[in-house]
Each structure stands twice: as C-alpha cells, then as structure tokens.
Ligand binder design. Sequence first.
Ligand code: SF4
Length: 200
Amino acid sequence: MEISRRGLLKATSAALAGSVAFELSGQSTAFAMDTQKQWKLEDTEEYTSICCYCACGCGLVCSTRDGKLVHVEGDPEHFVSEGGLCPKGAAEFQTDMLVNPETRELEENESRIMTPMVRRPGSDHWDQISWDDAVDEIARHIKDTRDATFEETNDAGVTVNRTPAIGALGGSSMTIEEEYFIVKMMREIGAITLDNQARV
Ligand code: SF4
C-alpha cells in the first residue's frame, strides 16, 4: 500500500493523540485514587521547636503521629523567621526520618545518634555509654580540671578565683533562659571563657 507524506503525518498524529488520551485517563484514575489516601497531617499533634542548624534559630512546627515525626515546616508565628526556612532547615525532617527512595515509605534515620558516645584516649572508635555514665564522667572531668588549674589570685595578688582551662560554647537552639543558666553555672565553677554560636 502506498502512503503519502501527508497521510503518514495524519496517521502518526492520530496514534500519538490516542496514546496521550490513554495516558491521561490512567493519570486521572491514579489521581482519583490518590485522594483516597490519608491526608498527611490528619490525626497529628503539633509541637513548636527551633531549627538546630545555625544561629538564626528559625521556628519549626513539628507534626507527630503515634509518637513518630511525620512532618516539619516553618512556624508562621515565629518572630524570627515568620514561617520561612532555608533549604537546610527545610530538610530538618531528615534528622529523624528518611523517605525510602524505592518504596517511598518513611523510615527512621538510622544514622541518628540517640545515646552519648565516647572516644577514649588512644582509641580509634567511638563507644556508646549510658546517659548516667556520661553525666558522671563529664562531672568528674570538670571537677578534676578545675581543681588542677584553679587560680585564687592573679600575678598582682588580686583575688580572681578562676580557671582558664574550661570554656563554654552555647548552641543556637538554646533559649535565653537556658543560656542564662549556663552562664550562672560556668561562673560558679570559675570559668571565664563563655561564648555562644548565636553571637557568631
Ligand atoms: S532554617 Fe536555615 S537559616 Fe533558619 S536556623 Fe535553620 S539553618 Fe539557619
């Protein structure tokens, strides 16, 4: 059978249109089925928090269901960020949960460290320890360091009661009240070097 160039174009266009129509009807069925799914934020509880990544301290709304984090977004009522998050903050959800690229299901982020870790002098790896042991060890190190370096007077004989060997660096996600408490605590042990990431 002979077919003209014009006839070939017509036949090709008709076939293409048929295939697009078929595809669209498949998509609209899938879309209709999609709407049957549970809304992402249905039956969730909301908590406000602060982004832990930098000194801006943008506000977050964290949604949980059955104790599991299911969504994080900017807090529109937060006085610093008014709902905005930078790309890093917008990816904050991944600190707790990840989307499996194959199944598209949520999975816990197994890279997240949930317990204190310690790397002993000379060791080439980190060990998990309990919270109680971590607090005890930190307290012991602070006390020993303070006792070994405490200065009651300076070179001119003026009373200073300080240790130059201990410093404190606060994090951006701490509140003013927490920072106030840290300053009080550090001053009590004689630490004079205090700073905070928020200042940076
Ligand atoms: S959202 Fe971005 S700018 Fe805001 S605190 Fe987090 S890292 Fe900083």
